[in-house]
Design a protein around this ligand. Sequence first.
Ligand code: ZN
Length: 82
Amino acid sequence: MVKCPYCKEEITSLIAVSNAIVTQHFNVINGKYANYEGDEKCFEDYEASFFCPACNEILFNGEKTAIKFMNGKKVKLWKKEN
Ligand SMILES: [Zn+2]
């Protein structure tokens, strides 16, 4: 079990926030209803930001870092700009 470096709560999952780019088929029904269809295709080369679910503090960016953190390894935390 890992702990949040800020609030010291035990963490079993993180909140991942990302600006994923999604593509779908779009058309208009009866001249006015927007319709999105098909599988959402996500581009995977984006970097998510990871937050503590208890205190909502941003911990770091990047899935590789998140995996290390969840495995109890030391990671470099995201630093706030002063
Ligand atoms: Zn926390």
